[in-house]
Write a protein that binds this ligand. Sequence first.
Ligand code: TYM
Length: 335
Amino acid sequence: MEIVLSGIRSTGHLHLGNYYGALRNYIKMQDNYNCFFFIADLHSLTTHPHPDDFHSGVRTILAEYLASGLDPEKSAIFVQSDVPEISELYVLLNMISYKGELERTTSFKDKVRQNPDNVNAGLLTYPVLMAADILIHRANLVPVGKDQEQHLEVARVLARRFNSFYNTEVFPEPKAFNFGDDLVKVPGLDGSGKMGKSEGNGVYLCDDETTIRKKVMKAVTDAGPTEPNSTMPEAVANLFTLLNIVSSKDTVDHFKESYNNCTIRYGDLKKQLAEDICKQTLPIKAKIEQIYNDEEYLKRVVKRGTEQARESASATLKEVRRAVGFRSFLGFDDK
Ligand code: TYM
């Protein structure tokens, strides 16, 4: 069975971008693959969260994973920092990762632009840690959104490079995955760019109905088309992208037609969009709080997931250490 791995950083609540770009695929893949899903708490440290908030951030993602339908009977669900094998592989992969190639990744360049005062080494080697997450389980498929495509490319390069450097075949080349075809980019409601946790333009799985309606009704549009079949401005195209993701084909066709013959009323489109988002997210929201507060359940889930993850990770690391040439005087490599 092919191995699937993916994760989300613990930097706030999950939004529609996380859900439609990644999480929904995790849920669909659980029945047909050997799945590992985790919470990327080490990755979240690049932005220096306060220690008092750190654990609740992890717990939030865990509860939202489970409320969305991740099933601990089907998938190994774990927290990145509970699997130390990942960090060891990260060190080893760092030795074959080059500053120039890491500096060229778009996400690094964006972060440097956004936060010039916090260009830490963890930010530069973010894709290497991500590669370690993936390669430690020798994953074949990685369900992610469009913004992670380049990071996946780094993981593929490092898998190939490690194999040829150490003359081994320990790592398969992982592939970014989406059901259908292209990876998804969920736009924000503010007219341009993607939906993101730090962009303040998101609809969250934990939002209530009133909040969702308010956010969607406030979404940026324009004065409306004046000529038949005119090109959509980005803000309007983004609303159609969202509609495509959450609504039925009939609904999308109906609003497309009314756009093309200039009879569209954006208010109606937004109302429909809000309703269709609510249909998908409110059943998830209803479960989040109860799961978040069920400490015993969360412990059981993570205990089981961590055992499975560590078993898989330590088997890989053993081969990796052999390939690199470690032979411990203390017998660590014989176990
Ligand atoms: P993070 O937390 O930024 O994003 C988690 C997942 O959500 C997807 N995503 C989106 N998809 C479509 N449209 C959007 N607007 C949108 N916003 C977020 C992301 O593509 C991602 O799949 N580095 C990863 C976390 C990670 C990881 C890994 C993923 C760490 N190690 C190993 C896969 C494999 C990240 O950016 O998380």
